[in-house]
Design a protein around this ligand. Structure first.
Ligand SMILES: O=C(O)CCC(=O)C(=O)O
Ligand SMILES: [Fe+2]
Length: 407
């Protein structure tokens, strides 16, 4: 703890519990050594309280059964019986699980890289949609130009994210040059970020090191982190590292590599967006990778944002695209745009699509072509991905490696 914090804390302690401070500030406050001896883990606690589904029980029934009888109860959290996406099966279908099972798994699992809820379809559902009432887009991110194409046509863009310690998101770049914000409500996330020009080969675990867990964040921290944090690591690819705490919002600029490990149980919300700043890059990547979507977007801009049309028309499609808004910028993008050179619009819509359409967008789960895939069905192509299935953030990428549109 730094000196100033220590002084302030001690002042508060002196005022709040003077009797403890009399013995000397540390000895009084640490007499029993509970820091060492008392276990605060929830594991192993046997609960014997009635649990009630707070969404189902009527007020009348609650008063009758619990309040008027002075009976303690635990109103189960919302969404207990709601299903959330925690992965994808080999055919590309969402794997969903009820919140009550996942919540138990969160507190009671010993998996290396546990299941992770990463769900972008919650807002399509009448009950799960209520999650939208619980957060607001931070005021720094007012622009969202993909909204012009309409909610049902736009690529997936916001996710409810929840997972236990050791779960996380392997190293990747967010799709189509979009930037993102990620707000943490509970728990701690460990982040490492690298500039866009960092070569992918330096950031991915080598074959064999991690076998089936190649794309997992925990594998990255085990095998790659020691390399990137060595003194010889190039200054130009310098890692940015931090711990995100409850209430913190991370800003992830377009093109930046990032890897995220949950250090304990976390709940977060994240959104990808296209703003005035990243529009030239996002537009270019969309034209190249998602031509059909780009045509719809263009029409919508003609109608409602002629100012953006001007910018779109001035984007040089042949120039190496940097991630800054300045046209004179010389910073180079990742080398992945070729992976997006296909029109895969037909397959990015959503869970309700006919199986044939869903199948189209699949490549094998451990597709060597595209790189890798994490529990969230994340398929990456050169680390960068196209926004694809509505149900999956990084299905944001899966089209780019299906045979129909292989590079
Ligand atoms: O919270 C996480 O696991 C990271 C999410 C992320 O990188 C993303 O949504 O693009
Ligand atoms: Fe990301």
């Amino acid at each position: 703890m730094d000196r100033k914090t220590l002084i302030r804390i001690n002042q508060a302690k002196e005022k709040a519990r003077p009797e403890l401070c009399k013995e000397g500030i540390d000895s009084g406050w640490r007499k029993f050594g509970f820091y060492e001896s008392f276990c605060t883990s929830t594991e192993g606690i046997v609960e014997n309280i009635p649990r009630v589904d707070g969404n189902q029980i009527t007020i009348k029934k609650f008063i009758e059964k619990f309040e008027s009888t002075y009976t303690p109860c635990k109103l189960a959290r919302k969404y207990r019986n709601q299903k959330f996406k925690c992965g994808e099966d080999d055919d590309g279908y969402s794997v969903k699980i009820k919140m009550k099972y996942f919540a138990r798994y969160m507190t009671d699992n010993k998996d290396d890289s546990p299941l992770y809820i990463f769900d972008s379809s919650f807002s399509d559902h009448v009950k799960r949609k209520r999650l939208l009432d619980d957060f607001e887009v931070p005021r720094m991110f007012p622009d969202d130009y993909f909204s012009l194409v309409g909610e049902s046509r736009r690529p997936p863009y916001r996710w409810f994210v929840m997972g236990p310690g050791r779960s996380g998101t392997g190293i990747h770049i967010d799709p189509l040059g979009t930037s993102a914000w990620n707000s943490l409500l509970k728990g701690h996330k460990r982040w490492c970020l690298f500039p866009p020009e960092t070569p992918k080969e330096l950031l991915k675990p080598s074959q064999g090191e991690a076998w089936k867990q190649k794309g997992e964040a925990i594998t990255w921290f085990t095998y790659v982190y020691p390399k990137v944090s060595q003194p010889g690591w190039p200054e130009k690819y310098k890692m940015i590292e931090c711990v995100q705490r409850p209430g913190d919002t991370m800003f992830v600029p377009g093109g930046w590599w990032h890897v995220v490990l949950n250090l304990d149980d976390t709940v977060a919300v994240t959104q990808n967006y296209c703003s005035r700043v990243n529009f030239p890059v996002v537009w270019k990547k969309t034209v190249k990778g998602r031509p059909k979507l780009s045509r719809k977007w263009y029409k919508a801009m003609q109608l409602r944002r002629p100012d953006l049309i001007k910018v779109a028309d001035s984007v040089d499609m042949n120039k190496n695209d940097g991630y800054t808004s300045s046209s004179s910028s010389s910073s180079s993008s990742s080398s992945s745009s070729s992976s997006l050179d296909s029109d895969s619009d037909s397959v990015w819509s959503d869970d309700d699509q006919p199986p044939a359409a869903k199948k189209q967008r699949k490549c094998p789960p451990d597709c060597e072509e595209c790189g890798n895939r994490n529990d969230k069905g994340e398929l990456r192509n050169n680390g960068e991905s196209a926004i694809t299935s509505k149900s999956n953030p990084y299905d944001r990428s899966s089209n780019s490696c299906s045979p129909a549109n292989s590079r």
